[in-house]
Design a binder for this molecule. Structure first.
Ligand SMILES: [Zn+2]
Length: 75
């Protein structure tokens, strides 16, 4: 089952970046694209930006891909 994962595309190369919510990165871990090595910044920043800017879009994306909505945890 893949419902605990969030995937978004690298803005540079389009490679899929996967966040496994069952073992999420630490807030200070730097998220990197495995395709081109681009750094997206600390997980907490990426997470905040995703939730702020695109929560509904991400939900739609995840729902389309997995048939389930992602679970958003507070804190
Ligand atoms: Zn990339």
């Amino acid at each position: 089952m893949a419902e605990d994962r969030i995937t978004f595309k690298c803005t540079d190369c389009g490679h899929a970046v996967v966040i496994d919510q069952s073992k999420p990165p630490k807030d200070d871990d730097i998220l990197k694209c495995f395709g081109c090595g681009r750094e997206f910044g600390p997980y907490k920043t990426v997470k905040a930006a995703m939730i702020k800017a695109g929560k509904s879009e991400i939900e739609k994306m995840v729902f389309k891909a997995f048939g389930k909505k992602p679970v958003w945890k507070k804190g």
